[in-house]
Every structure is written in C-alpha cells, then in structure tokens.
Design a protein around this ligand. Structure first.
Ligand SMILES: [Zn+2]
Length: 590
C-alpha cells in the first residue's frame, strides 16, 4: 500500500502548479446562487407529459406517486445514520446595512431517525437529543437545538394528500433533473403543524428532491425556521438529504429580541458499511508480512530503529483508519493528491528527503483546522474552502510539514488497537493532536524557512492577508476558528505564522479586487454517500459589490442535481440537455 503511494508521489514530484484548480483568486459559485436556479426553460407541460410513466396521466396521479415515494423515503431514513453538521452565523447589519456575522454556533452529530429525528453529539454541547430539552435555558439553547435543524430533512413525517392543498406551478430543471414545481399549503383548521411552501418533484420517479418553506402554524412557545432543503440521488431511486440552508432576519422571539441568522446543515457519511469495508481491506495490507520485507534487505526481524518507525507508522495508520470509519475523514482521493503536490513542491525545493512518504487527508468538517498524525497532514474542508490561493494553502501545509521535518512525535500509544475502541461520538474527546506552544513556534519557524526556498516565496503577501482577515474575524467566529482535534489557527491575539503578517498588504474590506478569504462551501464538494471529496467545478464569478465578498461566511446552496444511472454511477453529461431513459423518447423526438 505504501509503495503504491510512493509511486504516486514520485510521479508528482516535478514542481507542479495546482493553480489551475486551486489558485482561483476570485470568489466562488455561491455568488451565482443569487440567480435563477432554473436557467433552463422546461418544455410545455402538455408536451412532456408523454415522458411520464403511464400511470401518472393526471396531476392527482402525480400526487399519489409522490406521497408514496415520500413514505418510502421516510422508511429508508430510519435505517440511515448520516453525520449532520449545522453551522450557524448570527448576523447584525453593519453601517452599510449589510448583514455581518457577529457570533456563531456549531453542531456535529449523527442522525438517528429510528424514533423520529434525533442526533448524538460529537462536540458535547448541551442541547443534543430530546431527553435534555427540558433542562435547557437561555435563548440560544432553545432556538438552536440541533434537533430542530435535523427536523428539516423531513417534510412531514405523516405526509398525506388529505392534509394539504396542492397547486401545480410549472416545470423546471434543477441541474439535469426535470422537476414538477408544486406549491403546498396545509388545509385550514389543523392542529398539527405541517409543511407550507414549495416542493420540487422529479418527473420520472416522483421523488421530492427539494423543498423550501416552513412549518405552519407556528407553535406558541418556540419557532419554526424557514428552510431550503435539498436531496441528492445517492442510490438508484433513492434521494437523500444533503444540504439545508436556513435564514431568518426578523424573527421576534420576545418583546425585544429578534433573531437574525443564517445556517447551513450538511449531511454525509450515509454509506458507513462501505467505509468499514474499506478499513478491513487496508488493515489486511498493513498486517501482511510484505510490509516487513519492504523495510529490510533480507528476511530478518526489524532492527530496533526500523521497529520504532514501524511502530509509529502503525499508530498513524490505526488512527487515520479509525477517524475515517467514524465518517470524519474523506477516503483517500483526488484532493489528497493535490495537497501532496504542494507538499512535494516544498520538500523538493528544500532538498529534504524524509524517511517515509507524507500523506494528506481531508477532515470533512467546517471548523478551520490542520494538524498532523505522524506523517499524515490533515486539513479540514472548511479551511480548504476559505483559503484564497495556492500560496495560502502552501503556508498551512508548510506549518504541518514543519512538525514532520522537525520530528515532532505523535502519541504512539495509539499503536495499541484498544486505544481506538471508543464510541464514535467520543472521537473529539478521545483523540487529541494538539502540540505544545514550543512545538508550534518551532513549526512556524521551520515553515517560514521552507516557504522562503519554495516557488511560493514571492506570493506570500496573500497568505499574510488571509491571516489578517482571520485575525480580524476570529472574535466574531469563535466556533469556526475553534479546532476539534488540533491547535487553533488564531487564539486571542496570537495567530499561527504571525511573521507573515508584517509583509502583507493593508486589509481593505472595500476593495473588490482584494480577496483575503473565500466564503465557506465553494471549494470542496463532498459525496454524501461515499464521503469522497473533489474540487468544485464551478467557475469563479466577478464580484459586483463588497457585500458579495462574504469572507468566512455561509451562503445558500444550489447543488447541480444529477440522476444516477442504473449501475449506480453518475450519468455522464455531454450536453446541457437532461438525460432521458432509453425507452422514453424525448418530446422533441416524438
Ligand atoms: Zn502546529
């Protein structure tokens, strides 16, 4: 396994720029999201009705199919235990009237709907699960129950035609998927709060793929938020929740208090079985006698030094596998290779030959953090999202590489397998990759040295600018900056790699051409089924106002919906025309 990794790394050793894919200095696609999601005009209803399965000849048939599919969906969700992450930014309008984050909240858990939506906390805040609800006090614990956000994966747990009035609006494409757009309103006089808003139903199998609205009527003592909930086609015929965007601007919660916030909920880690299978496979390779052979010329016991290295490597591999199994690390993939390319650029230009390869992995959570586990550099999805360019990425990686080059050790107790046997939700408590202040300082110094000899040496101004922006925002976004496994990028007045601050240009929020950091969610795309990550293909767009800079901010989501082919793979798109099944002629062909 390691040898295979070695070959890949060697192939990438030539100083390569990843700027084509990473170096976009411009902001991300969410800015586009303000536009109309239905860029393509759908064919007239009468014409394309021919492509519907024979049963759905009337609107009433469509509703019957849809209700049936929704019941199947709820039954399916009872067996699913995805990770759920909700990140909330409290907003306040600044002098120019633009809402700016002034505080934030973070929740991470695993959804368990076997008895209604409930989640198990990974980060240990109060307020997880229904059992503790009664003990909660304070505005936020009441209003930001993660359970409330998890609820928004469900339109109505008892979805029946008789409870609602349905109005057909139009046909519309969401990505390549043609949808029927239907307005839904609870019939008057009901005691139970029900969904009120708009739904998008795919016009082949009648799955609800998106719904947008709130629950009605509002309860007396608490509130239902407005939400935009998206599902993705993860298995054939199965659309599962992936993103929920929530926003409230004028929600009165008392005589004087008004809630003003935006929140993004993401779900992933649906295929836990697949993740576990992967682990078994790797485990066999790690344990095979072959790996012993790699280390020595003749068949012999490992020498004391080799044995020590193997022991460290075992601790590293056990830990990485464990975290992947929990659903916190993406499986090895394309993004890791891009990160390794930058690491190799640093190593090669500094003539450093490390014993053993450096690996890179993506932590799937939003809080900005990076750390090392032995020779594995870990960087969070949120941090990858907000870094403005390749030089800033190199800065983050150089610090971690500094730890490795300086031989800062990991806790080798983790080589004992029992150390990793703990409940998933205890991961953040049981695993700790924090370094001492002295090690942090030494890694910063080493990182500067590595960067000064590297191809990034003339581009560090922007990296410093990123740090300035981070330093400025840190007091308002404590939960985004707070790491769960490693050291903080910014703590109080101190900031990592602070030597780069001096050489950075002045931070100017009003300049449209100065992008110190990007919004969250623009760079890394997570497959919620397999946890695989890839770089987003969305093209950067020019900013039209400073309001669109949204550095470190949450934005709405507009995923490009695609259908899975029969084999479970994504349908390859050659044109923007939506795909149709081979048996069904398109309206144009008829
Ligand atoms: Zn460090």
């Amino acid at each position: 396994m390691r040898n295979v990794g070695g070959v890949l790394v060697v192939a990438l050793v030539v100083l390569s720029s990843v700027s084509q894919i990473f170096g976009q200095d411009s902001p991300e696609p969410a800015a586009q999201a303000a536009g109309d999601p239905a860029a393509t005009t759908a064919p007239a209803p009468a014409q394309s009705a021919a492509s519907l399965p024979p049963a759905a000849t009337t609107f009433n048939d469509v509703l019957d199919h849809m209700v049936q599919r929704e019941h199947l969906f709820i039954a399916e969700m009872h067996h699913m235990h995805p990770m759920v992450e909700t990140y909330v930014q409290d907003l306040k309008s600044d002098k120019a009237g633009d809402p700016t984050p002034v505080n934030d909240r973070y929740f991470l858990g695993r959804l368990d709907m076997s008895d209604g939506p409930e989640d198990t906390s990974f980060v240990g805040q109060p307020g997880f699960g229904r059992r503790v609800v009664a003990k909660l006090t304070g505005v936020y614990s009441l209003h930001f129950l993660p359970l409330g956000f998890a609820q928004m994966v469900i339109l109505d747990s008892d979805f029946q035609k008789k409870y609602y009035n349905f109005t057909f609006v139009r046909r519309e494409f969401l990505g390549e998927v043609r949808c029927l757009v239907i307005d839904v309103e609870p019939k008057p006089g009901q005691r139970t709060a029900r969904f009120m808003g708009r739904i998008w139903v795919d016009d082949q199998e009648y799955n609800i793929v998106r719904f947008n609205g709130t629950y009605y009527p509002q309860p007396k003592v608490s509130f239902f938020f407005h939400f935009d909930s998206w599902r993705l086609n993860m298995r054939p015929g199965m659309w599962l929740p992936a993103y929920i965007y929530t926003e409230e601007a004028h929600l009165k919660t008392g005589l004087t208090k008004t809630l003003h916030f935006k929140a993004q909920t993401r779900l992933w880690g649906y295929d836990l079985k697949g993740l576990n299978k992967n682990e078994e496979f790797t485990q066999i390779l790690v344990d095979s006698p072959q790996s012993v052979k790699d280390q020595s010329d003749a068949a012999a016991d490992a020498s004391p030094i080799v044995a020590e290295r193997m022991w460290e490597r075992q601790a590293e591999e056990n830990t990485v596998e464990r975290i992947q199994k929990v659903g916190l690390f993406a499986p090895p993939g394309e993004v890791d290779k891009i990160l390794c390319t930058v690491v190799n650029n640093l190593l090669v230009t500094n003539n450093i030959d490390l014993q053993g390869d450096v690996h890179c992995r993506v932590l799937l959570t939003a809080p900005l953090e990076s750390f090392t586990i032995g020779h594995t550099i870990v960087i969070s999805r949120g941090l990858l999202d907000v870094l403005p360019d390749e030089a800033s990425l190199a800065m983050v990686l150089a610090h971690e590489l500094g730890h490795i080059v300086l031989g800062h050790r990991m806790d080798t107790q983790l080589a004992f397998s029992d150390k990793l046997l703990f409940p998933d939700e205890d991961s953040f408590q049981r695993l700790d990759f924090k370094r001492s202040a002295a090690d942090e300082e030494a890694a910063d110094t080493k990182a500067l040295e590595l960067l000064k000899n590297s191809p990034y040496k003339d581009k560090l101004g922007n990296a410093g600018l990123f740090l300035k922006a981070l330093q400025q925002k840190a007091p308002d976004l404590p939960n985004l900056i707070r790491p769960h496994l490693g050291n903080s990028l910014a703590e109080g007045k101190s900031i990592r790699m602070s030597n780069l601050l001096a050489s950075a240009p002045e931070l100017d929020l009003k300049r449209l051409d100065q992008i110190a950091a990007l919004p969250l969610g623009g760079r890394i795309k997570v497959d919620p089924w397999s946890d695989q990550v890839e770089l987003s293909k969305a093209k950067p767009v020019a900013l039209t106002s400073t309001h669109e800079k949204m550095e470190f901010e949450i934005t709405p989501v507009f995923p490009y919906l695609t259908r899975l082919s029969a084999g479970g793979d994504k349908v390859a798109l050659t044109t923007s025309v939506p795909s149709t099944t081979s048996q069904t002629p398109t309206p144009e062909q008829k």
